[in-house]
Structure formats: structure tokens, C-alpha cells
Write a protein that binds this ligand. Sequence first.
Ligand code: GLC
Length: 662
Amino acid sequence: MNALCFIGHSTMRPSARFLISRTSKSFLGSAKQPLRSNRTHSSLANAGRPAPATIITPRPPLPAAGFKTYRLMSTIFHPGFAPPPIAFANRGSYGVASRAVVVRQQHSTSVETRVNEGNFERIYVQNGNAASAKPLVVERIDKDENIREVVSVEEGDSNLRNPEGIEIVSPRKEESDIEKEAWKLLNDAVVRYCGSPVGTVAANDPGDKTPLNYDQVFIRDFVPSALAFLLRGEGEIVRNFLLHTLQLQSWEKTVDCYNPGQGLMPASFKVSTVTLDGDNTEEVLDPDFGESAIGRVAPVDSGLWWIIMLRAYGKITGDYTLQERVDVQTGIKLVLNLCLADGFDMFPSLLVTDGSCMIDRRMGIHGHPLEIQALFYSALRCGREMLAVNDGSKNLVRAINNRLSALSFHIREYYWVDMKKMNEIYRYKTEEYSLDATNKFNIYPEQIPMWLMDWIPEEGGYLIGNLQPAHMDFRFFTLGNLWSVISSLSTPKQNEAILNLIEGKWNDIVGHMPLKICYPALENEEWRIITGSDPKNTPWSYHNGGSWPTLLWQFALACIKTGRIELARKAVNMAESKLVADRWAEYYDTRNGKFIGKQARLYQTWTIAGFLTSKVLLENPEKASLLFWEEDYELLEMCVCALSKSSRKKCSRVAAKSQILV
Ligand code: GLC
């Protein structure tokens, strides 16, 4: 049986990759699907719209915004932009029955984005001169004889094992049996596409008969896997992952409200095998942008993680050619443009809907949740580091710098709570109408929850979960706090206080299994109103105060950064034997994480990978420094708030800086 391999979705970018392989192997037990049938809702979503293939073939004009995009796509990307001769429905995978291979667009490409017209609206891609690209150019004659295009294949692209410069971290000579088992399980979780490793499934429990989407590669779940592989000297899978997900990135903003915005990265993807005619099958990468996900949540964190991983790949392997590639640079710009687009929001923090990150269900984290802000800040720092500055990117780089500076001020100043700040809030006056109000967000002191009064230790503090007008969400969210430490979103003093808090509140945050996703749980009326009576998120379960061992690696990183390595060791040692006995459960329930979660998957890959990454980091703490950021004093010097530019008022940041710095 022949198998063709390709990636596709109708919002395909110019560098769209179609790979054809001739193999009879169908990977990962992926379901065979009849051509044209893999998206149940797609016909609905597509109603009234031309098929995706019409992006470059003549078609009637689309209305309004879509028309603009259509013209750009058709005139700029043609002839290198290939429509699939046979298309599945909207933005699902689609199949190509021709014998063509498209790998990389080599034409000069100028892509107009539709955000912030005055600033960084143009993503300019120069003639394909990516440092790493060694294109083999072939000519494709599509089934439609009118479409002729030059396409290129990169030699050895998916075969870059241990590129020069990589330092193999030799895992301890004597690996424990638990570590050996974990490495084996991690390898077993690897997903292959056309014979090359491209990611890891979310969970790999052979006994699970209803895996839902846990048999997919989740972008966020792959992060600890990627780090484990990289730290072990395995670059190939990460490189492949980064390039393949880049091809899945949403390229076109359409008028259909169920389509993702330009630059969005999918939450997950799967490898499917579709049957062509006769004996022929083909492999496709099928992304999910949230349109199939429970609750239709938007994976805002995916693109941010993608950028963070891209930087980590360069740092750990020493192979910087990947991030220098034109298509990769474009991918970074698209993600950041999407995040930096102007909206109605007044804050420098990113405004998102509920469930847009690791907590991908309704949990009252819509607005400006800390986790997203910390990842956003890191992605901006990565972007600043990786983007080549030229005429096409200078406006974006300026926007990144401005945002970094404003965002760090905003979070450090307004999200921080410790005893002193609590006392301030406790005595807040309200209804202040003026530019220099102390209680800027009109927080009513009655909002301070009872549990918090006695909870914060004298020496500790943390960043609250969310801030909105008249609303502080005082819950402690672990990922957001740890990632603020790692990225230096919080000040050195705040970092120390966060670790003090975790140490001081060990039973609450670490308990029997590290680490609580958030503290405390929503109970009673709060649970009913905020989660919508979600039976999966009952108090002290799953996202609502459950314990997630995958968070260990971020804890290890934060501990190493702040010189508290013994805390991480304590947590890892405690988890080690339990994890193996509990078959690498996804999460734990109860106040102190005593029981395996009610609906926890077993053999959860990011539990395994999080453990392994923590182990390797603790054994090679010098490697950890490649993954975190130190304070950036230059950024702090920048003052971009509007107040400083007007003569009306002194910028409050200048005053605040003296308090906040060091
Ligand atoms: C759950 C988690 C999410 C994770 C996914 C796959 O939906 O909430 O964070 O990415 O499972 O493991």
C-alpha cells in the first residue's frame, strides 16, 4: 500500500509543506478516513463560502475583509502557493492526489497583516535566503494544468540529528529504574509522520478505550517532552515539531467567525491516514484550533509556547539556523502581531477568553490571566532575541520593546500581593476619579477573601491570578507564578518571595504530589457560578485545585534560578516513586493531592516528560540557565506610558520604579 504524506489546511501559508512518502506503514494507529469526510462541523462552517482551494484559483470576490485577504493571497503567493486539487472542508486536512511535492516557497513575499496598520503591519519575507535552506527545486504541474509552480525540497530537512554544536548531556551513568522506564515511555509516546518523529501524544494508556483527543500532539504538552529530548541531545524531533506546527499555523483570517485569526497556532494536531483510491493511502497532519475542543476554547498559549520552544531549541542545540529561516521568522512575526494587535483593551496585558491556556475549561480565567501574561512576556523576550532587525521588522521590534516594558510594570505593580500590599488594599478608598488614583482599578476591600488574610507568610508574596476593573482574582496560580520567576516578569525580590511562599505553604501547594495548579479551589456557590457547575472541576479536582505533576519541571527551573535547588529536589524525590506506582497519572485530587484524579489519564506524557526534564535539570543546573531570563535593566529604563509623554502628569512608573527595582 502506498502512503502519501502531507500537511494541509485551507488557511495555508505560502511555505506550505506537502510531503509525499511512499510507505505502507500507517503510523500510530491513525484512523483511516474516507477522503473529504473528516470534519463533522466543517460543512456548516463552510456554508456560503468558496472552497479553500479557491484561494488561488479564480473565484467570485469574497465580501469585505475576506476579499482583501483573497486578493493578497492570490496575487502575492501565486504561483508558489498550491491549492489542493481535492480539498476537504474548511480548514481541516485535505488531500492531494497528484504526485507533487511542495516544501518551501522561495519567492519574495510581502504579506499584509490587518492589524495596527500604522505600526508593524507588513511582514516582509525576502527572497528565500534562509541560512539553513539548501533548496532542491522541482517543478510541479498540478492536476489543474493552469497551475504551474516551482516548489522546493530541502535535503535532509527531517534528518538533522544532533546538528553541529549540540552538546550531548550524558544522563547520569547510573540511571534509576524509574528513569529508565520513563525514557522508554517517552519514546513510546513519539508520534511519527512520514517516518520522522514530530511530537508526542498527550497520553498513551493502552487500557484507555476513549482517548478523546489525548491521542493527539498538544503544543503545550510537548514542551517538557521537547526539553527532555533536547537536554538528552535529541534535536531532530523538536526541529521537526517546530517546522510542522509552523506549517499548520493559521495564515488567513477569514470572515467566518469559526476560523482562527492569522498567526494562531493550533492547540493540537494528529496524524491521520486517509484512503485515496485503491491501495493508496496518505498521511495528513490535522490541526485543531479549538474548533473540536471541548468548549471551543482558543489555544492562545500555543503560539507563545512555540516561540519559547524555538528559542530553547537554539540555546540548547546551538543550531540557530532554524530560527533564522525566513519562514520561521515569519511565523514568529505572525504570532506576535496577533498578540500585539490593537483592540478595545486598555491594559498592556493580553486580553483572552476563558480556558485559553493549560486550564482549558471554564474556570473564571477570562480577561487577563497571569499564565497568559507570563507566557506572553517570555514570548516577547524570545521574539526580541530572535527576530532579525531590518526594515520589515523594525516597527514590530519597537512595539515588542514598548510592550515588554509596559507589561512588566503592570504586572509587577498591580498583580503583586504580599502583607504590605494587602494592608494597602484593605484600606483602599474607592470611587476615585482622577489620573493619580491610588486604587486605580476600584477594588473594593471587601473582595479580599477570608482565606488570604492568614495565608500569606510574612516573607512571602505572589502574583494574583487576574486583574480587571473592580476585580482582583486572588487565587494563586502556580504556572503563572513559576513562569514569571523564570522569565523575570517579576522582580528579583518578588521571585524570592514567591519561592518563600511555596516553601512556607508547602502542604497547600506541594502536599502529597507537586504541584497544585491553583490554590484554593472554588467551592459551593463560587464553584457553581464560576465554573458553571462543572462536574470535572469540582473543588480540589482537575483544574480546580488539583495537583499536576507536569508542573515539576517549571518548579525545578524556578528553584534553580533563585538558588533554591533543594526545594526542587525535595519535590522531585517525593514524586518519583509515587509517579511510577500511579502509572504516571495526569493529575491528583483532594486538598493535598492524595488521590489520583477522578478522571485522570494514565501514562500522561507531560507527567513523564516533566519528571525527566526536572531530573536532567537538577543534575545539570548549568543547562537550566539556557532556559530562563535574567532581569533586563534596559527594559526597565524605558518608559513608554502615555502619561510620561504628556506634560499633564508625572509618570507614576518613574516613582514606582524605585520601589520595584531590586
Ligand atoms: C487537558 C488539559 C490541557 C492539556 C490536555 C492534553 O485538556 O487541561 O492543559 O493540554 O488535557 O493533555
